[in-house]
Design a protein around this ligand. Structure first.
Ligand SMILES: [Zn+2]
Length: 285
């Protein structure tokens, strides 16, 4: 398993056991159905069905996925710290006896420590995370989700300068974000290398700031890597493609905050029962 690189803010909470400001976390008011994974190692930690609004300012859960959470006495000697059982990353604290719910337990979790996946799972599973931008996210998602081993896909925005951008803002080309697809996959069924090859074959990586009829920096080709393992694979594949004479426009960048797109953009072609106009498979490897 390849751990994800952490940003300065993520290191402060996950490694140095810091606390994010109350009422500021991405998941404090978030109530979609799915599973929350560890930001550092992608281990499934909490189910959305166990999430409740405690109004305390942080994401709250009254139960955990079995075996996912480790409890220890906090450095303050009073509270109980909770960490990811797989990687030891700091999540927050757990409190009992507050009577918020029948389970009488509140896992008070920093949003910075977790990431949401729109799929409800029942047990510990192995995941890795990838983010690809290659033009209209409807088409990229449609083709990537067909691959065996791809567990969930989410379309959204990444790589810009503002927080929580809307589709209209991204289209206005003032925020710097690109449309992108976040993928969780089972590395035992599909490797990051195979998945990335698929990505290079379902869009045209030679086009700069456009993909067919869609023109603008929000349609650029870019891969956001989570760790050096992913970075090295992308560099290798770009070299391979360049050796075939292609001039690759795909940018390679460390991941930054991924903002989930509006509901009406998710699974667009699957829901409509139609096919992409701008993305199709072309053999390049
Ligand atoms: Zn972890």
């Amino acid at each position: 398993m390849h751990f994800n690189n952490l940003s300065t803010k993520e290191k402060f909470v996950i490694l140095d056991k810091g606390t994010e400001m109350s009422f500021t976390g991405k998941y404090y008011k978030f109530d979609a159905n799915g599973t929350y994974l560890c930001k550092q190692c992608n281990a499934p930690l909490y189910r959305s069905s166990d999430k409740f609004d405690s109004k305390c300012g942080w994401a709250s859960f009254d139960d955990e996925i079995e075996g996912a959470i480790t409890r220890t006495v906090d450095a303050d000697g009073i509270r109980t710290e909770i960490t990811c059982s797989n990687c030891g990353g700091h999540l927050g604290h757990v409190f009992e006896g507050e009577e918020f719910t029948n389970k009488n337990t509140r896992h008070c979790v920093n949003s910075v420590s977790i990431n949401f996946m729109p799929l409800e799972i029942t047990k510990q599973q192995k995941f890795e995370r990838a983010i690809f931008a290659g033009g209209c996210f409807w088409g990229v998602e449609y083709l990537l989700q067909k691959e065996k081993g791809v567990i969930s896909t989410t379309v959204g925005y990444i790589g810009g300068t503002t927080t929580n951008p809307t589709y209209q803002e991204v289209c206005s080309k003032t925020t710097g974000h690109t449309e992108a697809v976040e993928v969780y996959f089972n590395p035992d069924e599909i490797s990051y290398e195979t998945l990335t090859k698929v990505f290079f074959e379902i869009h045209d990586p030679t086009q700069i700031n456009r993909q067919g009829p869609d023109v603008g920096e929000q349609y650029r080709s870019e891969i956001f890597y989570f760790n050096n393992y992913q970075k090295e694979i992308v560099e290798k594949l770009i070299k391979q493609l360049e050796n075939t004479g292609l001039k690759i426009a795909t940018k390679l960048s460390p991941y930054s905050e991924f903002y989930i797109g509006e509901d009406y953009h998710q699974n667009y072609y699957k829901r409509k029962g139609s096919k992409p106009y701008c993305h199709f498979r072309t053999k390049r490897f």
